[in-house]
Design a protein around this ligand. Sequence first.
Ligand SMILES: C[S@@+](CC[C@H](N)C(=O)[O-])C[C@H]1O[C@@H](n2cnc3c(N)ncnc32)[C@H](O)[C@@H]1O
Length: 205
Amino acid sequence: MAQTYDAKRFQTKRGQILNRSYLTALTGVLNVIRQSGSVVESLLDIPCGTGRIFETLLSKGVRPVGADISLEMMKASREKVSDNHIPLVQCDATAIPFKDGSFDVVTCLRFLTMYVPPEVRHLIFKEMGRVSRGWVIIECRHNSRWSDIWYWIATRIFGKPPVINYFSRDEIKQELQQAGIELFRIFEPYGLFSNKWLILGKIIR
Ligand SMILES: C[S@@+](CC[C@H](N)C(=O)[O-])C[C@H]1O[C@@H](n2cnc3c(N)ncnc32)[C@H](O)[C@@H]1O
């Protein structure tokens, strides 16, 4: 999968357009953090996959560290990112091998958009909150008309209900709070026709 991951998702015409819009939104989130007076120099991206956001981070003066459970996915980042010295760490997102408050920002993108059970999500949020000294950025899916339509199509036409976490604002707010993170702001990286959110959370200690 590591070999074809980028080609299938981000290198088709549609994939390129969506990815550009996503990276622009991510840059906007980083700007909001900076405008709030916080420093954004170090960032842990977990799971980093093939390093999709690395170039954008470097161009914005951020020093990324990547972490992922898959060595193969991380290896693919070495072939495409201009800076070959970005530290990469193989680990599970529920047990991040860094000290408390090691990074200005911790991101978790395109991971909780798939199904992750609540007890595992809690561990991930806790770990993100622990190793960040300021902020977290989390991508997730929210309840919307589109989620309802997709649920209907998957169930009625394909006979297989999708197994995905759909959050309401209150649900994600509550889950983050239980991990010591305050819901600061919600961004819509693909506009209104998508059920994906970028959540900006602030660490509360
Ligand atoms: C859909 S990819 C997203 C990668 C990247 N964030 C992006 O936006 O392209 C999901 C990644 O999660 C990693 N992964 C799966 N389970 C994990 C875990 N328990 N801890 C850390 N990484 C994990 C996979 O290896 C894969 O690279």
